[in-house]
Design a protein around this ligand. Structure first.
Ligand code: SF4
Ligand code: SF4
Length: 350
């Protein structure tokens, strides 16, 4: 049997291998993430879109509200990363002002996640100093695979947008959401990204929510497939000097399960005022908080916080309830492994 390490040694010079750093990013109350959906409108209609307008509405927040909601979550701004999301956040005409507001409040970092269309000439209205990362979503190494998921013409648009952004000195990253539909092309990504000028590469795992929850057939890849491809591709891309992050998904026997809802401060804010702490809950009215009249109000029981405390042998309770396809049991009915919190990440860099 050929081991992963053997394959990597063949791909990377030994000096590169020796200097590779790999770590599980521990949850910490000292680092918080604010995933701020400033609208749900989007120009695309991806087959796996997690936005659920029945749950999250169709509002586009006005600038006054964006400012008020950023202020609400700015108590620990110097240790809080803001990620502007949609829908497509560049469809919001006031995104540059939202970025300035986040800067004024002193947030630790600011990222814009985009599908690549870069509306309203956003790159002419902000500078590389205004944001830390511009993150492009691409779900295939070829137009055929990416566009089958994200829409015709999307691949070319991402490539063009990325090229313009890199030429203007923006720090760019890429997000590849792995599913059964595109894992076969992940191994072609190291070659592709070597030409793009990326600083970071994020591998995501498909979540069974939004449109994915209505898809017939299995979208998630098996544990064997995940472990045989993801770490190896991540290490190959990291060997090019790009920091790679991917979700752990399957815990090893000596890993300790932790729920980020308990031990970290992550907030997923939607434009109808719902605030979740667990993204897997987003298809349900289980949010921990609601923003009403620009005040954050704790929601009554039962909400996601009541579920975070449940201890089950499978690990993450929401995975068991919502995406049990991830799980596997032995003949005695015991889980063969634990599922990690979806926010537990591995990070690899040189
Ligand atoms: S770009 Fe994002 S928000 Fe838009 S349809 Fe695709 S997944 Fe949904
Ligand atoms: S994914 Fe699971 S472990 Fe992570 S916050 Fe949600 S319920 Fe907790």
């Amino acid at each position: 049997m050929v081991t992963t390490r053997f394959l990597l040694i063949r791909i990377l010079p030994s000096s590169v291998w020796d200097s590779m750093q790999k770590q599980t990013v521990a949850f910490s109350k000292d680092s918080s993430n604010l995933f701020f959906h400033i609208l749900t409108k989007c120009n695309l209609s991806c087959t796996h879109c997690y936005i659920n307008k029945d749950q999250h509405g169709a509002n586009t927040l006005d600038m006054e509200t964006i400012n008020a909601w950023l202020t609400l979550f700015s108590t620990h701004a110097p240790r809080t990363n803001v990620i502007f999301l949609g829908g497509e956040p560049t469809l919001h005409p006031d995104l540059p002002q939202a970025v300035q507001a986040a800067n004024r409040l002193g947030f630790k970092s600011i990222t814009i996640d985009t599908n690549g269309y870069l509306f309203h000439n956003i790159l002419d209205k902000i500078t590389p100093n205004d944001i830390d990362f511009l993150s492009f979503s691409l779900d295939g190494a070829t137009p055929e695979t990416n566009d089958a998921i994200r829409g015709k013409g999307c691949y070319d648009q991402v490539m063009a947008g990325l090229k313009t952004a890199v030429a203007k000195n923006f720090s760019c990253s890429m997000i590849y959401t792995v599913s059964d539909k595109n894992i076969h092309e992940l191994e072609r990504m190291p070659d592709l990204v070597s030409r793009l000028g990326l600083k970071r590469f994020f591998i995501q795992v498909i979540g069974i929510r939004g449109k994915s929850s209505k898809t017939d057939g299995r979208l998630q890849v098996s544990k064997e497939t995940w472990l045989s491809i993801i770490p190896r591709v991540a290490e190959t891309i990291a060997g090019q000097g790009i920091i790679v992050t991917y979700p752990k998904v399957f815990l090893n026997t000596n890993d300790i399960f932790q729920c980020a809802g308990h031990v970290a401060d992550n907030y997923f804010i939607f434009p109808n005022g719902r605030v979740y702490q667990c993204p897997i809950c987003e298809d349900f009215p289980l949010h921990s908080y609601e923003i009403r009249h620009n005040k954050r109000i704790a929601t009554p029981k039962i909400n996601e916080k009541d579920l975070f405390g449940l201890t089950i042998p499978e690990g993450c309770v929401m995975n068991k309830m919502i995406q049990p396809q991830n799980l596997s049991y032995n003949s005695a009915g015991d889980p063969e492994y634990q599922i990690a919190c979806c926010m537990l990440k591995e990070e690899i860099s040189l």
